[in-house]
Design a binder for this molecule. Structure first.
Ligand SMILES: Cc1ncc(COP(=O)(O)O)c(C=O)c1O
Length: 388
């Protein structure tokens, strides 16, 4: 029996979780697997944040709380958002959510309906397309351009905009490419958005993980705060994936709708996790700085290593913790190549196509694993590819 609604037809999962399950199965059979599939920092959550979480549990932060989020945490978020992006907002514009994902789910469902169109980066975080599909709106992919550091082509966006376009999703630094969209492109996009009746969803969940130029936020442009849903969170920046802590900043009319969705779905974000979030934002930041410094070293190691493997070429990503090599010269389709690397080399990575059709010809390696493991993975891949 299958009684699912037709709305479920376009809903997709995440390749990372599927490959993780497959890789774990191989490990259970005694195989040695290097995990480069999952997008999760390998560092423990910093001890001052963990302590704050424990203290919160001990002192009774174990009850229901406000839907929009702990007011003290929202204040801390507003301070950080203002400082980081050089903008002015206050805590009334912030909603705290269980991870950043609800800032895709709830605003997309609140905004989009059949007849609308939404533009999204492809290859991109798979949840974008999935959620647009679920809303009933038309999902229109904007291909990323490798030769431009995987930025979006502003002219393609201009061509695809129509009277039906209600939403454009931006993600910088980007998953899966690690690309950072240059300020000039963001300014050109903002110009188009400002003259239309539409919103931008700026997914800045990797905003603090960058290696050269600080990523530019579209919210910093005059007039754009009113037209932007900003998504950020704690999972990546503070290595807090399991705490489920994210947040959004958006205009009041949409924030009220998102809070309504929260009431209908999860009531609010975990009370004690939110207390730990205050410690993360207001406490020492060297955990973030040290993590980013280590990612920078790993990035150089993996990019150089991948560029020495026959058939692979990899541009240097400016942020996040992903390498996205072009593998077209191997002549092997991406799905098959990822499958072979897992089964023959014991290296779990993702096929570019798990991020959309324009991901064909690429693989994604998450370098949120030790340099020793990265080196071992490179040796194993090289052995397989050199033997072909
Ligand atoms: C681009 C992007 N946005 C949002 C998220 C959501 O992360 P979380 O829900 O853990 O905050 C992720 C996680 O992988 C991501 O890569």
């Amino acid at each position: 029996m299958n009684l699912l609604s037709s709305r479920m037809d376009g809903v997709r999962g995440e390749g990372a979780f599927a490959v993780l399950v497959e890789a774990r199965k191989l490990e259970a059979q005694g195989r040695s697997i290097i995990h480069m599939e999952i997008g999760e920092p390998d560092f423990p959550t910093a001890s001052h944040i963990v302590e704050a979480g424990k203290e919160a549990l001990d002192s009774g932060w174990t009850k229901y709380g406000p839907t929009q989020g702990d007011p003290e945490l929202r204040e801390a978020i507003a301070e950080v958002v203002c400082k980081q992006r050089d903008i002015k907002i206050d805590e009334s514009q912030v909603v705290v959510t269980p991870g950043g994902k609800p800032i895709l789910f709830f605003p997309i469902l609140s905004l989009l309906e059949p007849g609308d169109e939404a533009l999204y980066p492809n290859p991109g975080f798979p949840i974008y397309e999935s959620m647009i599909n679920y809303s009933g709106a038309k999902a229109i992919p904007i291909p990323l351009v490798e030769s431009r550091g995987f930025s979006l082509d502003v002219n393609v966006i201009r061509d695809k905009l129509s009277d039906k376009t209600k939403l454009l999703i931006l993600n910088s630094p980007q998953n899966p490419t690690g690309g950072v969209v240059p300020e000039e492109d963001i300014r050109a996009i903002a110009e188009m958005v400002l003259e239309r009746n539409m919103m931008v969803l700026a997914d800045e969940v990797y905003s603090r993980i960058y290696f050269e130029e600080k990523p530019f936020s579209i919210t910093s442009i005059d007039g754009m705060l009113e037209k932007t849903i900003l998504l950020d969170g704690f999972s990546k920046t503070f290595s807090m994936t399991g705490w489920r802590m994210g947040y959004g900043v958006m205009p009041k009319w949409l924030l009220d709708a998102v809070c309504l969705m929260m009431v209908n779905c999860n009531s609010h974000t975990s009370s004690f996790s939110q207390r730990a979030g205050i410690a993360a934002l207001r406490g020492p930041q060297n955990c973030v700085q040290d993590m980013v410094a280590e990612f920078a070293q790993r990035r150089d190691l993996i990019v150089d290593g991948l560029n020495n493997i026959p058939g692979f070429s990899c541009t240097k990503p400016g942020g996040a913790f992903y390498a996205f090599p072009n593998t077209t010269q191997t002549g092997i389709p991406s799905d098959e190549l990822a499958h072979r690397l897992l089964h023959e080399a014991g290296v779990a990575c993702l096929t570019g196509t798990s991020f959309g059709d324009y991901g064909e010809g690429y693989l994604r390696f998450s370098y949120a694993t030790s340099r020793t493991e990265i080196q071992e993975a490179l040796t194993r891949i090289d052995k397989i590819m050199s033997g072909l």
